[in-house]
Design a protein. Structure first.
Length: 140
């Protein structure tokens, strides 16, 4: 058993979930999360046109830099902006992990910063509370 944690754009959630169902993954937990990567939370329209302009927690740069990006190396404290994303948590045993990774990547890869990340973790055991089943039977 493996757990996959996929951080993806919110605009790609519906398409990603549909693609996962198509390959046989039906159990997915979706979390709304905020985070930042190498850009420090600064989003440029040319990099992420899907990002709504009215998100308060995000600095969306159209033509001119925001005060936070102008702060640069100055003595001003540069604020950190958080970008809204979705975190998909998937535990698989029957569907090959590689196929799940390939599917998520295919749907979410735009070639632009902010496409997301996938983390793969081992699962030692699982327990279905209702029936007491353990192992693979608990996640099917």
């Amino acid at each position: 058993m493996k757990e996959l944690m996929a951080i993806i754009r919110q605009s790609k959630q519906k398409e990603t979930l549909a693609a996962l169902v198509d390959i046989g993954v039906v159990s997915v937990t979706v979390h709304s999360v905020n985070g930042r990567g190498r850009q420090g939370g600064n989003i440029m329209e040319s990099i992420d046109p899907d990002m709504p302009g009215n998100i308060e927690s995000v600095s969306k740069i159209y033509k001119y830099p925001t005060p936070s990006s102008m702060a640069g190396d100055s003595t001003l404290t540069k604020p950190v902006f958080w970008v809204p994303k979705n975190l998909l948590t998937i535990v698989v045993s029957e569907v090959p992990v590689e196929k799940v990774i390939e599917t998520i990547t295919k749907v979410n890869r735009t070639g632009k910063p902010g496409d997301g990340k996938i983390f793969v973790l081992p699962i030692a055991d699982a327990l279905r509370i209702r029936t007491g089943e353990t192992g693979d039977a608990a996640i099917l």
